[in-house]
Design a binder for this molecule. Sequence first.
Ligand code: NAD
Length: 477
Amino acid sequence: MKHLFIGGEWRLPTGSETITVVSPSTEEPVGQAPLSAREDVDAAVAAANAALTSGDWSTWSAGERAEAMERFADALESRATETARLVTAENGMPIAVSGPVEGLGPAGVLRYFARLARDTAWEQPRPAASGRGTTVVRREPVGVVAAVLPWNFPQSLAMFKLAPALAAGCAVVLKPAPETSLDAFQFAEAAQEAGLPAGVLNVVTGGPETGAYLVAHPGVHKVAFTGSTEAGRTIAEICGRLLRPVTLELGGKSAAIVLNDADLAATVRGLAWASLLNSGQTCYVSSRILAPRTRYDEVVEAVAELARSLPVGDPADPATRVGPLVSARQRERVETAIAKGRAQGARIATGGGRPAGLTRGWFVEPTVFAEVDNSFALAQEEIFGPVLAVIPYDDESHAVGIANDSPFGLAGTVWTSDEERGLDLARRMRTGSVGVNFYAIDLGAPFGGVKASGLGRELGPEGLEAYVSYKSVYLRK
Ligand code: NAD
């Protein structure tokens, strides 16, 4: 079993409790990780504070930090194949996705923020607005960051926090989700190899209690969380009371607006990624498909055909497009949502059950519902599985109204043969991002949500700001 990574060393956990990570496709154990005790979290937070107040890190220039980040990226890249395999074993992500996204993705995020670290004005003298004197505006690290992570994209979502934190000169305590405890140690090994100073990155494995203790810890200065809206609200309340900055990337129920001029074959190819990525266990997926009433049956059939065509099975097989759900509990949630959809009167166009022939693993058939009203639970609640709802609309304004009639506002897509028309609709959607004829996160632009989808933004120069604290120094001359 792995030890904890605290203060640049592999340390034995205080207690003897462990987390067993179980393969979603075989239901067999993949490995074990320590269940951190409060003392372990105390030690990690203390090590992070020590890295900020003494030692090398606090005195490094942005250029030196950027070089260390690039070495860190190299070390992660050399482990990319093993990391992707590990993530697939832990959470069932098809290897065709985990290879590029989880294996190679994090190094790209690090390199982007290393460039940003070099290009950012960390100390900027400005003439005072009064015309008398100068003010030196400094961007300083916000301090010790508690990064609490989900299981769905454990590597890339960790790096969305770690990379800007390092660029800004912060120190981080990373708490992975219990389901994906093991891959987090890849970061620790790579950080050691890259020569990151002790305490700049610490990894404590554990469950919600470990997370709750960490986010409220007096030695933490900023919290970065991705996960469920429910846990996000609890964390926001705690941070509110503590006046602690927090960024929250939470759930979604995004809409794909298929316009009447859309090329349906191309749209459906795009929806395979935009609506069903990682077997639907992706925060931004467009799980509500909005179809013009004039082409409704055609869209339902094309989306159902897409769902039927995706190979379901062993996530380690490069041909697999839909793997198992992460846990028995997650499959139960998805099956409950499917049952609710049926009970409310939606029609199953395809799927709805468990795939034949897969007797082990937490699989659910890719499922498409038709005759869905946007008020149904199916359209209002996040499902986090391979379940799509096709909703009819009358005209563009009606489509935008349905898209915005959601407690969430994370993302969305528009499918059209006229990109200008797509951009026009994107402007009217109340979400943090919209893709026109595809969806792919751009590292150089802010990503995040409105309403119950979260607070603040990750990525881009805007994402770096969440790890920066401003100081103004007034000078006479
Ligand atoms: P969760 O929000 O309960 O857990 C996410 C992380 O937060 C884990 O590391 C967990 O240990 C920790 N955590 C949980 N409660 C906490 C608390 N009160 N204080 C501090 N840390 C806490 O997510 P889950 O139970 O794994 O998944 C449940 C649902 O969340 C899913 O069905 C899905 O709808 C949603 N989800 C969304 C995303 C996303 O990317 N937006 C990711 C994962 C899950």
